[in-house]
Design a protein around this ligand. Structure first.
Ligand code: PFF
Length: 460
C-alpha cells in the first residue's frame, strides 16, 4: 500500500506522513482556514439564530462555546494534521492506533455529507447573483417567493448544484497552493471589503437601529437555558468555525512545523465571528427597514433568499447593486468553504491510495454530486441533512478530537506546540480545557441537541 502508517508513535515528527504540497506561508494557511470557516453559515445562520435566541444572550453563549470548546478543539485538530502529516482518514490512527479508525471515517462522512447539500445552497446563491446581475430583482414579496420556489426546485436547483460542485473541483484540482490558497488570498480580503462597504451603507437605512436591536442589542436571559437556543449555539459554533470535521486537519497537514498554531487558530476564530456580526449589521437593518420580520422568523433560508431580495428591490437601482455585491460575496464565502470540505476526501484518497490529485478530485466530485441530488430536489431532505451532518456529526467529531488529543495522545499536543514556540503555561491550559472542559461541555450540548432535535422532528 503506497502510504504506510505507523501507529501510536512517541512524538510528532517520528511518524510524519509525506504530503507533497505545502502553503506558501503562514498567512496563506490562515487565509485558507479563514476561508473554510467564513461561509454561508456566517451570512445567514449567525444573526438569524441570534435574533431568535435572545440577541446578546445568544451571542454571549456562542462566544463562550467558541472560546472554551471550539478554539481548543480547532487547535487540537490542527496539531493532529501537522504532527502526523496525514490526511483526515489516517491521522487519527497514526496518533491513537487502529481503534481510532472510526474517527477518520466520521470525518469523511461528515465532510461528504455537508458538501453534498452545501453545494445545493451555493447553487441557489449563484442563481440569485446571476438573476440580480442580468435580469434584476423580484418586484415584491410574492415575486420573491415565486423566484425562490423556482431556483430551489427542479432543473434549476440541479444545475446550480452540479456547477457549484464542478467549480469546487476545478479549484481543488489546481492544488493546495495554486488552487485553494490563491482563491483565499484574493477572496477573503475582497469579502471583507465588500462587507465593510455594505455595513456602512446599511447603517444609513431608516431601520438600522431597530435592526441592530433585533439581533444584537436586546438581552433575553431566559434564552440562556432554553434547549433550542443551546442547540443552535452549539451547532452554529461548530458549523461556522468548521471544527470537528477534518477540514482544518487536512489543511494543517500542509503546514510549516514552526508556525504558531494557537495564534493562527485565534485569528481564524476572530475573523469568523467578525464576519457573523458584520453580516448581521447588513441584513437586519434591511429587514427592519422594510418590515420583513415575518419572513425572517419563518425560516433561515427565507431570510437570505426571500426577505433580502425583497428589501433590496424596494431600493430600486441601488438595491440591485447591493444585491450583486451581497450575493457575490456570499458566493465567494461559500466556495472558499466548499473547497475545504472537498479536500477531506481528496487528501484522504491521495494519502491512503497514493492517487494523483485530479483523479481523487473528480471521483470525489462525481460521488458527492450524486449524493446531493435528493437535497437538490427536496428542501426538506436538505434541512434534515443539515441537522444530521452539519449539526450532530460535527459535534461528535469535536468530542472525539478532544478525547484523542486530551487523553489518548496528550504528549503529541505538548511536543508539537512547544516545539513551535508556544509557552508551556498556554499549552498546559489548552490541555486542561481539552481534557476536562471540552468533553463535558460538548457531551452536555450533544445530549441537549439530540433531545431538542428529536422533539422538533416529532412535532413536525
Ligand atoms: N464554516 C462554513 C460556513 O459557515 O458556511 C461551513 C463549513 C466549512 C463547515 C467547512 C464545515 C467545514 F469543515
Amino acid at each position: 500500500m503506497p502510504s504506510p502508517i505507523s501507529e501510536q508513535p512517541a512524538g510528532p515528527g517520528q511518524n510524519q506522513g509525506h504530503p507533497t504540497e505545502s502553503w506558501s506561508s503562514s498567512l496563506g494557511f490562515v487565509l485558507a482556514a479563514a476561508g473554510s470557516a467564513v461561509g454561508l453559515g456566517n451570512l445567514w445562520g449567525f444573526a438569524y439564530r441570534a435574533s431568535q435566541g435572545g440577541g446578546l444572550a445568544f451571542v454571549v453563549l456562542y462566544v463562550a462555546i467558541v472560546l472554551l470548546v471550539c478554539l481548543p478543539v480547532l487547535i487540537a485538530e490542527m496539531v493532529l494534521g501537522r504532527s502526523t502529516g496525514h490526511a483526515p482518514l489516517l491521522a487519527p490512527i497514526t496518533a491513537g492506533g487502529r481503534r481510532w479508525a472510526p474517527l477518520g471515517w466520521l470525518f469523511m462522512a461528515a465532510a461528504v455529507g455537508i458538501l453534498s447539500y452545501y453545494a445545493v445552497l451555493m447553487g441557489w446563491t449563484g442563481r440569485t447573483l446571476l438573476h440580480a446581475l442580468l435580469v434584476g430583482l423580484p418586484a415584491d414579496m410574492e415575486a420573491s417567493k415565486a423566484f425562490f420556489a423556482s431556483i430551489s426546485s427542479g432543473g434549476s436547483a440541479l444545475l446550480g448544484h452540479v456547477l457549484s460542485m464542478a467549480l469546487t473541483g476545478i479549484v481543488v484540482a489546481a492544488g493546495v497552493r495554486a488552487g485553494i490558497e490563491r482563491l483565499s488570498r484574493w477572496g477573503i480580503p475582497l469579502l471583507f471589503v465588500l462587507l465593510l462597504v455594505l455595513l456602512i451603507w446599511a447603517a444609513g437605512l431608516p431601520g438600522a437601529m431597530e435592526g441592530y436591536h433585533t439581533f444584537l442589542l436586546k438581552w433575553d436571559a431566559s434564552k440562556l437555558h432554553d434547549a433550542t437556543t443551546i442547540r443552535n449555539a452549539f451547532t452554529q459554533a461548530f458549523f461556522s468555525i468548521g471544527a470537528g470535521i477534518g477540514a482544518i486537519l487536512a489543511y494543517a497537514a500542509y503546514l510549516d512545523r514552526r508556525s504558531a498554531i494557537p495564534t493562527e487558530a485565534a485569528a481564524v476564530v476572530t475573523m469568523d465571528t467578525a464576519v457573523g456580526l458584520m453580516a448581521g449589521c447588513v441584513t437586519f437593518p434591511l429587514v427592519a427597514s422594510f418590515a420583513l420580520g415575518d419572513v425572517v422568523s419563518s425560516s433561515t433560508v427565507g431570510t437570505l433568499f426571500i426577505a433580502l431580495p425583497t428589501g433590496m428591490a424596494s431600493l430600486g437601482g441601488a438595491g440591485r447593486v447591493v444585491a450583486v455585491a451581497f450575493f457575490g460575496l456570499a458566493y465567494i464565502a461559500a466556495i472558499t468553504s466548499s473547497v475545504s470540505l472537498l479536500e477531506v476526501p481528496v487528501a484522504s484518497l491521495i494519502d491512503r491510495l497514493g492517487w494523483r490529485r485530479p483523479r481523487a478530485v473528480w471521483l470525489g466530485v462525481a460521488v458527492i454530486t450524486v449524493l446531493g441530488l435528493p437535497a437538490a430536489l427536496d428542501t426538506g431532505v436538505l434541512e434534515r441533512m443539515d441537522a444530521v451532518f452539519g449539526g450532530v456529526l460535527l459535534i461528535v467529531g469535536g468530542l472525539l478530537l478532544a478525547l484523542l488529543l486530551g487523553w489518548g495522545s496528550p504528549g503529541r499536543l505538548r511536543q508539537d506546540l512547544q516545539a513551535s514556540g508556544t509557552p508551556p503555561a498556554l499549552v498546559g491550559s489548552l490541555l486542561w480545557l481539552l481534557r476536562w472542559v471540552s468533553p463535558c461541555a460538548i457531551s452536555i450540548g450533544l445530549v441537549i441537541s439530540l433531545v431538542d432535535l428529536a422533539r422538533s422532528w416529532a412535532g413536525g
